[in-house]
Design a protein around this ligand. Sequence first.
Ligand code: 4AD
Ligand code: MG
Length: 499
Amino acid sequence: MPDIVAIRDLGAHHGQTVTVRGWLAGRRNGGKIVFLTLRDGTGICQGVVEARQTEAFAAADALPRESSLVVTGTVRPDARATGGCELAVESLQILHAAADFPITPKPHGIEFLMEHRHLWLRSRRPTAILRIRHTVIQACRRFFDDRGFTLIDTPILSPGAGEDAQTLFPVDYFGETVFLTQTGQLYLESACLALGKVYCFGPTFRAEKSKTRRHLTEFWMIEPEVAFAELDDVIALAEGMVCACVEAVLAKHEADLALLGRDPAPLRRVQAPFPRLTYSAAAERLRSAETRRQLEGELARDRAQLQQWVDRGVALEQQLQQARKVWEQDKLQAELHVLREDIEDLERDVQNRPKHMDLAAAFEWGKDLGGSDETILSRQFDRPVFVTHYPAVAKAFYMKRDADDPRVVCNMDLLAPEGYGEIIGGSQREDRLDALEAAMREKGLTPEDYNWYLDLRRYGSVPHGGFGLGIERTLTWICGLKHVRETIPFPRTLGRIYP
Ligand code: 4AD
Ligand code: MG
């Protein structure tokens, strides 16, 4: 058998006879020729089987989509083909002839696709996103590895809350109730007093009862923790890491971003320094007449856009009724499907907008920023923006009180631009034993339950801090998606734990 070549590398084998192993992504019969769309996980190429290859032709002619096969043929240049070449098939071995594949080239609703996520993963869009996910994770890890951080694997089973006690998943641990971890942070703090600069990367769990575009119940978080770091150091670290991630994606995934319809221009603007504003300034901004005017302008533009799309829909439907050719009907139907989804989303958005505008106008100091507040703020900047110094009442017990204004803590959230909102939460940690105990009691926590954590303030306490970046929210932004659910191979949400 000739050498097995990855489809991605076919271009280096012009004129040679090679073997490709993979799956049949599509097939088109053109009389005396069958065109096969082959994919092998590294790329996609066209295989051409001519009728004179009688055996291969017979096998290819009726082969169901997603059958697995081994194909041998000659690589020939073809400027029109993806990858710049095609495979003139000489022999074809079917490994498994697939049953009727449920996902067809016709458009499907998101619920159907999610129900078939295990098969949907084979499509171009999911594979593009998963490749970008890999790059983002790799870039984050490299960023810390290159800076002398030690990777610490923090536990997933945890005796208590690390964040909001309302969102804990209980687990029966030999008769005792323990919880799935919400964050590796507390353990990481202990490790940073041992190793200086540490990070963890793992799954975290939040029993969030919110059915939003931003919430998963299981998500992956990368968290660094640094001894002797103060808030400014934490901010600089987060800024550097986000720039490194975006840079890596831009360098490697031009084609994937294009496939997702993601305009790379806003990503190219992601350069340090990111703007910063305090929570109090953000609150004022939300309430300001200027913001109100801006939002009213946006709403008017969205309403006009909606009307345009609705008109376009009517025109497409008329064309569809008159279309005689099947391929023409398919094309129009696909376009209509996408348009209808866009209309539905924008309609919902336009409907909610007045409510969100009122929420912003009446924003009260002391509340955490809501999803819609973050959206409004993050649309006002052309790159990620840090919001710092939130009210202590709105944030977790472990954040350090600000020396100048004890109502606020030394923390930051990083909001991704274009309306995406929070992708990072972080802070300097409260390093004084008495202040930490007091903060715990204020939040209804029992300091005795956290005795080991308090030990870190009893034995050589130092200023320290860190942050957590949610991989899926970051990907939603970088890939320009509407919903977080497509950024993880098998999403777990309020309404989904299958497959
Ligand atoms: O802001 P959070 O809750 O911060 C922490 O957990 C800190 N202990 C991190 C630290 O300082 N070491 O969560 C951090 C990030 C958020 O900014 C968001 O990106 C992501 O985790 N996140 C979620 N992503 C998807 N679904 C959810 N339900 C999420 N909750 C938080
Ligand atoms: Mg947060």
